[in-house]
Design a protein around this ligand. Sequence first.
Ligand SMILES: *Cc1c(COP(=O)(O)O)cnc(C)c1O
Length: 366
Amino acid sequence: MREVGLSEEALFTFLIERKKEDLSHSRILSSMCTPPHPVAVKAHELFIETNLGDPGLFPGTASLEKLLIQRIGTLFHLPKAEGYATSGGTESNIQALRIARYRSKSEKPNVVLPESVHFSFCKACDMLNIEMRPVPLDKNYRMDLDFAESVINEDTCCLVAVAGTTEYGKVDPIPALSEIALDKDIFFHVDAAFGGFVLPFMNNIPPFDFKCEGVSSIAVDPHKMGMSTIPTGCILVRDENMWNGLKVDTPYLSVKQEVTLVGTRPGGSVVGALAVLEYLGTKGMKAIVEGCMKNTDRLIRGMETFGYKRVVTPDVNVATFQDIEKVPDDWAVSWTRKGHLRIVCMPHVENYMIEKFLDEIGEINA
Ligand SMILES: *Cc1c(COP(=O)(O)O)cnc(C)c1O
């Protein structure tokens, strides 16, 4: 480290120079994150010094976290769902598996999950020493029900489904999986990290949330479609007793016990998440989701006029295409494990960007 510090001017000149190396969001088509909504930034700044890891010192901030969970619980058809704000989908998924594992009596527990599951489950299963039992997808890129049922056994501590898969934007058959989970008394976690702030604002979607009686817990990420600042995820559970296995004593803090995975937790991004929901309301969220879905649809139809076929019709704003060899320069796009081009139509991906991308890929094709 420097012995004598930089002047503020020199420091910020240096930092801004490096920031210029980052990609502009006007070229980013690959990310599930998006620049935060201005009210999230404002709220984050207002709560910048707060620490939810020591809630007794910040009761006002802690009450806002509770309100955020209550709002999301209500959105997911269980206003009394209990939960907390995590650092993101990864932590939420780890926590769900911890709950499931402590609840199970098996010596060699396994988790039954779709092949499309997010890689955070690999980390969670590694940490918890749980066997992964991947279930292949059906032709619509959704978890195959019969196969799922056939690999569940007495050592299955958890069943996982995804509401809005990271790669293909599909929703697993959650109502039917919920029945299986109820029937076999298995903890059922729904990973709605991405879809959790898309699906509730769409019309005529099959239930994916606590409306399905077998759903035990849900992960959802405000720092994705919730347009909050990073880092904010949330995990909600059906019954507060589910937390019991995770409680540890916290001797020197203002509360006696905690269930969170991390200790010190930002209040700023959590209040940011609440701020977006309060400011936009369901009406505002619906308008944003509608815009993202319109752009997804436009992109798919535009690509197909060039002969680039969709892999599958997505349930949320993630579009994928087959047999693409080359994409125009200077766009950040991504590729699935199967080699399909993947584009996420986040709120920052405005219509003009889609049209520009289509023009450019059309020229390559011509
Ligand atoms: C993004 C995502 C995650 C991981 O969330 P992080 O916030 O990156 O930890 C987990 N599951 C799904 C379905 C996701 O889309």
